[in-house]
Design a binder for this molecule. Structure first.
Ligand code: SF4
Length: 342
């Protein structure tokens, strides 16, 4: 299995040491011999090593900042949940198409927040506003939280927190297979553990630095055996030569790998590839050799959040994706629940 993430460099905000998790992490990284530096704010990490943009960007992706989350107002997170719960920001993966490329802008380093109790208290306030309706929280809006959680266990704390809560549910998605420490968490069925999956071509060419499909599926089986509700996000659905065959193989592998009980309660979300022009510029800068096709003249333009237009597939292509993948789901995972295609 690919190795779990180990940062090359760790920055700590002095205020983080007021929290038990901040102190534990400092000690842990000291013992591991990782270089530690101080930063006044997790939003202002400067002087990352590297002689040019390319080197600095790669260094940032292996840098972890241990900080205190100050904004405790949660973003909304449609369509998969009501709110985004901020446990971490940034990711060590190098997926060429990743939307964090643009949202992280000049701060591609990974931030983890140690004031988990304050974050949970904010979640409790959101839950009580909606009670007795359940409130769903998405933990992977701004990071691949599982990829860093073997070091911090903040996600594990959150899983157990929502397990104890009266009206809360947690969900997150990952491309990493390092799930062992989460298997004994007392989730009480309140956390939906999702894996982001794709066909071989896409994982091979566009998702460096993440666990391979076989590893993700092996982890999904462990998660199902630990009785977590399981889900998959097929994203981004990307048209390339042989895509129909590639996705057929993907669903065939799911059918062959998953235990019967997991197939009955599994959810599937489908997200087609999209990009904005600012994202295109950043991708071309960070991954200049990418094979990712970003030709806006072939796509359909759609209004996006914050007024930035995004390029999605043409209507007929979207229909073809929906019927092709929908057909495979019906054939290979007939009891799966399709949550949405977007
Ligand atoms: Fe982005 Fe997810 Fe890839 Fe991380 S694993 S780089 S969050 S797409």
């Amino acid at each position: 299995m690919g190795k779990p993430f180990l940062p090359q460099l760790v920055y700590i905000e002095p205020r983080a040491l007021d929290y038990p998790l901040g102190r534990q992490l400092k000690e842990k990284f000291q013992q591991m011999g990782v270089e530690l530096r101080e930063t006044t704010s997790h939003n202002q990490v400067r002087n990352l090593p590297g002689e040019n943009h390319f080197q600095k960007y790669r260094m940032a992706k292996s840098t972890l900042v241990v900080g205190v989350r100050q904004t405790l107002k949660f973003d909304t997170s449609k369509p998969s949940a009501e709110y985004a719960i901020p446990l971490a920001t940034g990711c060590m993966g190098h997926c060429h198409y990743c939307y964090l490329q643009t949202t992280m802008g000049s701060k591609p380093y990974i931030r983890t927040y140690v004031n988990t109790e304050e974050i949970f208290a904010a979640a409790a306030a959101y839950m009580s506003e909606r009670a007795p309706e359940f409130t769903r929280f998405e933990a992977s809006c701004t990071s691949d939280i599982v990829g860093v959680d073997h070091l911090t266990h903040a996600l594990k704390q959150a899983i157990e927190y929502f397990g104890r809560s009266e009206f809360g549910q947690l969900r997150f998605v990952t491309k990493f297979a390092h799930v062992d420490h989460l298997l004994d968490a007392e989730h009480k069925g309140r956390t939906r553990f999702r894996f982001s999956i794709n066909d071989d071509y896409i994982i091979k060419y566009f998702e460096p630095g993440t666990s391979r499909l076989a590893e993700r599926l092996e982890a999904a089986v462990k998660v199902a055996e630990a009785d977590y509700p399981l889900g998959f996000i097929v994203a981004p659905i990307y048209l390339h030569e042989g895509w129909k065959e590639g996705y057929r193989e993907l669903f065939e592998r799911l059918e062959a790998t998953l235990p019967a009980h997991a197939k009955r309660n599994v959810t599937i979300e489908m997200i087609q590839h999209r990009f904005t022009l600012p994202a295109k510029r950043v991708i071309e800068k960070n991954y200049p050799m990418t094979k990712l096709e970003l030709d806006e003249t072939k796509r359909k333009w759609k209004w996006g959040r914050y007024g930035i237009g995004k390029y999605i597939y043409q209507d007929e292509e979207q229909e073809e994706m929906k019927t092709t993948l929908g057909g495979y789901i019906k054939r290979y995972l007939p009891e799966a629940h399709i949550e949405y295609f977007t």
